[in-house]
Design a protein around this ligand. Structure first.
Ligand code: NAP
Ligand code: ZN
Ligand code: ZN
Length: 346
């Protein structure tokens, strides 16, 4: 065991503060990572506020982790000391079930082990990336390609893969009209990725405040959902809509924007349930679906794709003492487009 510095929420909604945590000794198949950057995902805030229920305190968030391998166990073959690596939302899974064997570890039938706010297979509570070091099984560690710097790569480990996976699964590409609801951390990566895949991209944001950014990031069109006319104007337009919204949404209204056989894929994880009149799906044989992060191999594929296309996250690097202020700004939709903690400041 090693004692390392971290930032933790001591209780639900309490400000995060500096503390220390224990990391396990580097096991046979583990790597020890010297963390350089950790992105702030809205999921960190949901959990630090216990908005989903069941949070374990003290809670050290952070599942958008990049850093350098400083130690490798004797059985490690995939990574070496000095490698630039990343860790996303999970650090283990059963590795035996149908989904794990298919590379969908995020849907492990026995439950994956989340990077933080979870109990791992040894019975220990997991702590995330708002800390100086982490020990992770090599199979849940990905390689950061040379073309990506560690700061802009960090948000790809959650925001990047969570949007890449459904865009690929629902075939975003040339000839497809794709809309992204919410231009935040996930939303801005959805726009960049859908554009890079060749789709015609529309941003559906609450207002036109971020329109210039949206167009610069790769959107072809930008509409305000605060304007009722948008819903009439865009009726029957999209093949695919990806919702990245962190709050409950009137899904019925957005389903009206789909073409026949279109799909609305929700990746947002609001704290309250939503209600839906199912008639919104009947006319037009529409699909309402969900998607969670992505598998490990798919995460590596996404990183390689981003490096090839020069797609990093748009980030604002902050010191650890600014974490609480950054949380307030994310809650106010005042983020352009991901806060990333410089872990050297912890
Ligand atoms: P974020 O940066 O805060 O972005 C969310 C965006 O949603 C905001 O920028 C805002 O965009 C829009 N929004 C916020 N409140 C709204 C409201 N009341 N009505 C309409 N739009 C609203 O958050 P994020 O980090 O991208 O995460 C988004 C959600 O995805 C969170 O719930 C998070 O927990 C979840 N998540 C899910 C997965 C998964 O695996 N499925 C992975 C990561 C995160 P505009 O200002 O443009 O309107
Ligand atoms: Zn996340
Ligand atoms: Zn499994």
């Amino acid at each position: 065991m090693t004692t390392v510095a971290a930032y933790a929420a001591p209780a639900a909604k309490a400000p995060l503060e500096r503390t220390t945590i224990e990391r396990r000794a580097t096991g046979e198949f583990d790597v020890l990572i010297d963390i350089k950057y950790a992105g702030i995902c809205h999921s960190d805030i949901h959990q630090a506020h216990d908005g989903w229920g069941g949070s374990i305190f003290p809670l050290v968030p952070g599942h958008e982790i990049t850093g350098i391998v400083t130690e490798a166990g004797p059985g490690v073959t995939r990574h070496r000391v000095g490698d630039r690596v990343g860790v996303g939302c999970m650090v283990d899974s059963c590795r035996e079930c149908e989904n794990c064997l298919a590379g969908h570890e995020q849907y492990c039938l026995r439950g994956n082990t989340a990077t933080y706010n979870a109990v791992d297979r040894n019975g220990d509570v997991t702590y995330g990336g708002y800390s100086t070091h982490i020990v992770v099984d090599e199979n849940f560690v990905v390689r950061i390609p040379d073309g990506l710097s560690l700061d802009v790569a960090a948000p790809l480990l959650c925001a990047g893969i969570t949007t890449y996976s459904p865009l690929r699964h629902w075939n975003a590409g040339p000839g497809k009209k794709v809309a992204v609801i919410g231009l935040g951390g996930l939303g801005h990566m959805a726009v960049k990725t859908a554009h890079a895949l060749g789709a015609e991209v529309t941003v559906l944001s609450q207002s036109l405040r971020k329109k210039d950014d949206g167009l610069r990031l790769g959107a072809d069109h930008y509409y305000a959902t605060g304007d009722e006319a948008t819903f009439e104007q865009l009726r029957g337009t999209f093949d695919l809509i990806v919702s990245t919204v962190s709050a409950p949404l009137d899904l019925g209204a957005f389903l009206g924007m789909l073409k026949t056989d279109g799909a609305l894929v929700n990746v947002g994880a609001p704290e309250e349930p939503v209600s839906l009149n199912l008639f919104s799906l009947l006319g037009g044989r529409k699909t309402l679906a969900g998607s969670a992060i992505g598998g490990i191999a798919e995460t590596q594929e996404m990183l390689d794709f981003c490096a090839e296309r020069g797609l990093g996250s748009e980030i604002e690097v902050i010191g650890a003492s600014q974490i609480n202020e950054a949380y307030d700004r994310v809650l106010a939709s005042d983020v352009r487009y991901r806060f990333v903690i410089d872990v050297a400041t912890i």
